[in-house]
Structure formats: C-alpha cells, structure tokens
Design a protein around this ligand. Structure first.
Ligand SMILES: C[S@@+](CC[C@H](N)C(=O)[O-])C[C@H]1O[C@@H](n2cnc3c(N)ncnc32)[C@H](O)[C@@H]1O
Length: 247
C-alpha cells in the first residue's frame, strides 16, 4: 500500500497518510490527488507547508495501533543485521503482540510464521497488518511452546522470542530450526536473562550463547548554535537481546 509520510514544516511533526482520502490538519487540508502526486512542498488549503515522502517501516511503526509494546526499529535493525536476514530467510516468532516485528520481517524476508497465544492480540495484528496485504505471513493463535516440536524440520533461519517466558520454548525440541540458526530472546528486564543462560549452559550441546547485548541510540539536536543530544530521547532502554545459535 502506498502509505506516505507527511511532515508539517512549521511544527516539525510527522503524520502517516494511509493511502486514501484528503488529509486534514489544523491549518487546512491537502487533497488526496496532491498527496498521490507527491510534489514537495505540499500546500494546505490555508497555505501551510508539508513535505511528502513514501513511508518506510520506521514511519509505519509509528502508526501501528498499540496493544502490547512493539519492538522498535533500533532493535529490529540490529536483530536483522546480526542474524543475517536476507530475502531468502524464513522467520519464526512469538508472540506476535501488535505485529510490529511481524510487519518488519514480512516486508523483508521470504516467509514469516508468527505465533500469538491471545486471540485479542491476534485481532490487533490482523487489523494492523491488513492494509499491507502480506502474502508471506502465517499467523497462528496458539502457544508456540506447545507447537514448536511439531513444526517442519530444518526450516527456520531465525527464531525471535518476544514473550515473557522464552525458556519454555527453548526447552523444547527445536529441530524446526536450521543448524546454526539464530534464536534471539528480547528481554526487557536483566533479571530474566539468567533463566535463559542457565538453561543454555546446562544444554551446551543444544544452544550456544553468542552475545548478550543492548542497543543504544542517541538523537541529536543540531540547529544554528545548538548541537547537543536531544533531552527527552537519550539512551532509552527497551530490552536486552540474548543472541543464541542452535547447534
Ligand atoms: C511484547 S508482546 C510482542 C510484541 C511484538 N514483538 C511486536 O513487535 O508487536 C508479547 C506477546 O507474546 C504473547 N505470548 C506470550 N506467551 C506466548 C506463547 N507462549 N506463545 C505465543 N505468544 C505468546 C503475548 O500474548 C503478547 O502478545
């Protein structure tokens, strides 16, 4: 879908236009035809100036209706590069949550299978992802820990676990993962990590602990004589990444 991002130059605010209809602002409206044509700058009916660009995942993530907290782009970027995802990769993830990570992967890789235990969260994911008409996504309303041992063998390149008790999946038969596949556990609290590392250390012929890390991001304000980190955005903690390899 041709989502576009509209940037209000006066307020320095960004909005996602969802592919249809005139766009209304407090300073007048912009006609649908002008947005589709996308000449910069766009001028509202009251003379305000907006820039218009094709929306990317980063912009779409802002528009995702939040149920559970999504994995934000700074972490998705590292997950993607660290696990070497390509257009041929096959990804398994749980839980689907709001579909934030699901949308990112499905636009990038060959195939995504998403498990989400809660039916109401599945509805949120379906609603959030419907506009994108993804044909490479299978969404399953089940507990991954119950199903993982029955999945097709030797299929997945990455297993992403963004759920409260990832160890419950790790303990199972993981033969659906290719040898050397990445397993990335997305863990908000440092105290949860030892459950995973203890299990891996006791099962060193099954899982190798490759890295435990956290991705930092610092936004800067640079304008005229000002050149400093942005106050409100410095080093927000999101989660730790426990990066494992399947032997
Ligand atoms: C923080 S959210 C995931 C957010 C998601 N990564 C995103 O970017 O939108 C965690 C989700 O895991 C689901 N969940 C918890 N245990 C699960 C399990 N055993 N199998 C599948 N989903 C599970 C929860 O219902 C919840 O929706």
């Amino acid at each position: 879908m041709a989502n576009k991002i509209l940037i209000d130059l006066k307020e320095d605010e960004k909005y996602v236009w969802k592919g249809k209809g005139d766009f209304h602002t407090k300073d007048g409206f912009i006609k649908e035809a002008d947005i589709i044509e996308g000449k910069n700058p766009l001028i509202t009916s009251k003379g305000a100036q907006f820039l218009c660009f094709e929306a990317q995942h980063y912009d779409r993530a802002q528009a995702i209706r939040r149920g559970p907290q999504i994995i934000i782009p700074k972490d998705l970027g590292y997950i993607c590069s660290r696990s070497g995802l390509t257009r041929n990769s096959v990804v398994l993830e749980a839980g689907g949550g709001s579909g934030g990570a699901t949308l990112f992967f499905a636009q990038l890789v060959k195939e995504v299978t998403t498990y989400e235990i809660r039916a109401d969260h599945c509805e949120i994911i379906e609603k959030n992802l419907k506009p994108y008409e993804l044909t490479n996504l299978t969404l399953i309303n089940k507990d991954l820990a119950e199903d993982v041992a029955n999945l097709e063998k030797n299929k997945y390149d990455l297993l992403l676990l963004d759920m409260p008790e990832p160890a419950k999946v790790l303990e199972k038969d993981l033969s659906c993962l290719k040898s050397g596949a990445f397993i990335i556990c997305y863990i908000p609290s440092i105290t949860q990590i030892q459950t995973i590392t203890n299990y891996c250390e006791a099962n060193e012929t099954k899982l190798y602990i490759d890295e435990i890390t956290e991705v930092g991001l610092r936004h800067w304000k640079v304008s005229g004589q000002i050149a400093r980190p942005e106050h409100r955005k410095i080093n927000d903690h999101t989660a730790f990444l426990v990066i494992l390899r399947k032997l």
